[in-house]
Write a protein that binds this ligand. Structure first.
Ligand code: COA
Length: 160
């Protein structure tokens, strides 16, 4: 299952709803992203069922990539799917000669932080109260980045 470009915005929105519940983006937001050249929508599709299992949204700037979102079907986690999407993003950024990948993650999202650390991201800082919470409170954002000048240092490549 190789990462590929995804244009089926309904499948993206449905997967995001399964993966992230009330935090998921709307169909309208996916439609806007899909029609904006700045964003790349990449996914992994089940070879047998053609179901979308994972996706990543990446914005491409003149110097950096930014990982806007990554999500995996709850029934297909811990199988390296997010890792494949991250490796593909890093390889693409290096092929373009870009400098860094940037991202923000909720302070309480330990699974995502572990994923990013495994792929060579380091913490750059913290933005207080950046994210709204369903409870009505706010949650800090952790800012992370990974340089693109070196090949996957310290990161494991998922099995092919
Ligand atoms: C975070 C998320 C994308 C990880 O997807 P995944 O396909 O399960 O990740 P991978 O299988 O590639 O995991 C690679 C490594 O990341 C770390 N990791 C992933 N999920 C983890 C978890 N729940 N707890 C601890 N470490 C975790 C582990 O080091 C893992 O390697 P291992 O399975 O050999 O221990 C997935 O849990 C998800 O969709 N969460 C909801 C959406 C979300 O929070 N997105 C991030 C927004 S910033």
């Amino acid at each position: 299952m190789t990462p590929e470009s995804v244009s089926d915005v309904e499948a993206l929105a449905a997967l995001d709803a399964r993966a992230r519940g009330p935090d998921a983006w709307s169909l309208a937001r996916f439609e806007a992203l899909a029609s904006d050249q700045e964003y790349q929508l990449t996914g992994i599709v089940d070879n047998n069922t053609q179901a979308l299992l994972a996706f990543a949204v990446v914005s491409v700037g003149p110097f950096d990539l930014e990982l806007e979102m990554i999500a995996v079907d709850p029934n297909h986690r811990r199988r390296g799917l997010a890792g494949r999407l991250i490796v593909a993003m890093i390889e693409q950024g290096e092929a373009r000669g870009l400098e860094r990948v940037l991202l923000e993650v909720r302070a309480g999202n330990g699974a995502a932080q572990a994923l990013y650390e495994r792929h060579g991201f380091e913490v750059d800082g913290r933005r207080a109260g950046y994210y709204p919470q369903a409870s009505g409170g706010r949650e800090d954002a952790i800012l992370m980045s990974r340089p693109l000048t070196h090949q996957e240092q310290g990161a494991e490549r998922p099995a092919q």
